[in-house]
Write a protein that binds this ligand. Structure first.
Ligand SMILES: NC(=O)C1=CN([C@@H]2O[C@H](COP(=O)(O)OP(=O)(O)OC[C@H]3O[C@@H](n4cnc5c(N)ncnc54)[C@H](O)[C@@H]3O)[C@@H](O)[C@H]2O)C=CC1
Ligand SMILES: O=C(O)C1=N[C@H](C(=O)O)C[C@H](O)C1
Length: 269
């Protein structure tokens, strides 16, 4: 019996799922014990290594999350909100660390994670990269230093298959800016502009989402005033930055008290 925590990857055929399977497979601190896909997916029943076009690795893709999670000490989950809620309940039953990268969750869906967090560790972040988590801190600091003469705009760009907007990262950055300003994001977020919108409301935090091609993830936080603009920017050029953070979280969560955590906790920022 290995003392390396076993990891089950959900959404194993997805853009992030495949990246996570590769990274866990290459890790000398974690081992892959499960690969989960949605019912009806054509990878079900295949060895995940072969399905990804490589050598077999002895883990069969399943649509039975209970079976895949049973031997796991951590679940790394980059799927969709409804699936993530289902996995949270199963992870809690198994007392496995649930690392959630899924974005686009509503406030109600986020609140619905709470019962699971009473029994297991949940680590959730709209972006698992070190760079973006650092950028949230910089954003908060700059927002705290500037007054409302500096209009805050968050501009994000992603690939044409992304289904949610604004991105989870953009919302993290918005929360950080709002915190810096001492306001609630819900009171100042401007997420949709079209037609005769009227002049910009002072103090608002605006969001713009660009979708195109294979852009992995780019985020600007702009502070625009009369005569000058400050722009804080993060560009992800490789999905390994997200996967690396998720693996770090899976390890960090081992032996922690049940509850909800984020990547600032994991990274000690
Ligand atoms: N927090 C972070 O650092 C990052 C978060 N993401 C988020 O991760 C999520 C996934 O992104 P991608 O990999 O690009 O999407 P994708 O569409 O390539 O992959 C999602 C996978 O989940 C699977 N899935 C859906 N429902 C399922 C279910 N009930 N059971 C098992 N599998 C299920 C799909 O079949 C698909 O293979 C999105 O919400 C995205 O925004 C993406 C990158 C980084
Ligand atoms: O869907 C994606 O691709 C990404 N999603 C996350 C988000 O919504 O911010 C993180 C990253 O930007 C890639």
């Amino acid at each position: 019996m290995s003392d390396q925590p076993g990891v089950a990857v959900t959404g194993a055929s997805g853009r992030m799922g495949q990246m996570l399977v590769s990274q866990v497979g290459a890790s000398d601190r974690l081992r892959l014990v499960g690969a989960i896909e949605r019912p009806g997916h054509d990878w079900i029943g295949q060895d995940i290594g072969e399905a990804m076009g490589g050598a077999p690795i002895g883990v069969i893709v399943t649509d039975d999350p209970l079976q895949a999670i049973a031997p796991a000490q951590a679940i790394i989950d980059f799927t969709a909100p409804a699936a993530t809620l289902e996995f949270a309940a199963l992870a809690a039953q198994a007392r496995a660390v649930h690392v959630i990268g899924t974005t686009g969750m509503s406030e109600d869906e986020i609140a619905a994670l709470e019962p699971a967090a009473r029994h297991a560790v949940i680590i959730r972040a709209g972006n698992m990269s070190l760079g973006v988590n650092l950028l949230t801190q910089l954003t908060q600091r700059v927002a705290a230093a500037l007054d409302e003469d500096y209009d805050i705009e968050i501009i994000e760009a992603h690939h044409n298959q992304k289904v949610d907007a604004p991105s989870g990262t953009a919302l993290m950055l918005g929360e950080a800016a709002a915190k810096g300003r001492g306001v609630a994001l819900g009171d100042v977020a401007d997420r949709a502009r079209d037609g005769i919108t009227g002049a910009r409301r002072k103090g608002d935090i605006g969001f713009t989402a660009i979708r195109g091609g294979d852009i992995i993830g780019e985020h600007d936080v702009m502070f625009a005033a009369a005569g000058e603009r400050i722009i804080l920017r993060h560009v992800a050029s490789d999905r390994t930055v997200f996967a690396r953070g998720a693996l770090k979280a899976a390890l960090w969560g081992q032996g922690r008290a049940p509850g909800q955590y984020d990547m600032l906790d994991v990274l000690g920022l």
